[in-house]
Design a protein around this ligand. Structure first.
Ligand SMILES: [Zn+2]
Length: 299
């Protein structure tokens, strides 16, 4: 993948249509999901919108049930259909602002990468997921992992992006996997002349839900300004910085989806498993409803 193959200008134009606050569980968030699904339908083999719902753990019976949805776009691989990678980004924002940097930028990166990979299919399949309700505690990715438990046995890696598209910051890859995973990813970036700072740690984004399910995962993030404030606006986003994110995530996806055998073992080190458990325990304010509970509420 080269810079000429992708367009930060198109990605920025894509963002214009979704440039409004999209808080989890609101009509605005739902509208954003519908717009995303419509915009990627032509490039993917299959697009599904998957609803999920939750309520506060305390005062269960009196607390309001809220709902969101994940948008999934599937691209089958050129060779091996059973193994796949998940590329993800949350599209909800906090109520305070339009969440351009956090995280509409990454959503645009994923839409543009989907377009690229629909024309340049790697061997393995790719599943792109735009996740809802991240800001309330990674609810969309937890719902996705619960719903797809069975297929996820064939998922080799999760490339998540959260905070992208501002000029000037450092590109960071936060990897929740073993040392050998970092070595492999670093070697790929080096070979393609892509600068990156690697951190091996539990992040605070949707990659955690995948790692918790035993899938090696990373979150891309570009240092920046204005997260969770009204100043997180589109005018701070630049096409070149969007391309920087696309090149890093896209190059890693392209290499990982093409190499045989898959170059990263499917294990999460024990210390990370414990850290992930602590992370989710501390975040556990909301309870996801099962499909059955949900249909009772929404019928
Ligand atoms: Zn975010």
């Amino acid at each position: 993948m080269r810079r000429n193959d992708i367009s930060g200008t198109d990605a920025l134009a894509w963002m214009q249509a979704l440039n409004y606050s999209r808080p989890a569980g609101t009509a605005a968030e739902k509208q954003a999901a519908e717009q995303i699904a419509a915009s990627v339908r032509h490039a993917a083999d299959q697009v599904t919108v998957e609803p999920f719902a939750w309520r506060h753990r305390e005062n269960k019976e009196s607390s309001e049930v809220l709902a969101s949805q994940n948008v999934c776009a599937f691209l089958s691989g050129a060779e091996r259909d059973t193994e796949y990678l998940v590329l993800s980004a949350h599209y909800d924002s906090v109520p305070e602002g339009p969440g351009a940097y956090d995280n509409l930028s990454s959503c645009a990166v994923m839409a543009e990468l989907l377009r690229y990979f629909s024309l340049h299919r790697p061997k393995r399949a790719l599943c792109f997921v735009w996740l809802g309700a991240e800001e309330l505690g990674l609810l969309g990715s937890q719902a996705y992992v619960a719903r797809h438990q069975k297929e996820l046995r064939n998922c080799r890696f999760n490339l998540n992006s959260d905070l992208a598209g501002q000029e000037g910051g450092v590109d960071v890859l936060g990897v929740t996997a073993g040392e050998e995973a970092v070595d492999t990813l670093r070697a790929i970036c080096r070979a393609h002349g892509l600068s990156c700072e690697f951190k091996r740690q539990v992040w605070s984004s949707d990659s955690n839900s995948f790692a918790m399910a035993g899938i090696p995962a990373l979150t891309y993030d570009r240092d920046g300004y204005g997260m969770h404030t009204k100043e997180d606006t589109l005018d701070r986003i630049s096409p070149a910085a969007l391309e920087d994110a696309m090149l890093r995530i896209g190059t890693l996806a392209e290499e990982l989806a093409s190499r045989n055998p898959f170059p990263i073992p499917r294990t999460i080190p024990e210390s990370f498993q414990e850290a992930l458990q602590r992370y989710f325990q501390a975040k556990d304010r909301y309870e996801l409803l099962t499909d059955e509970q949900r249909s009772d509420k929404f019928l």
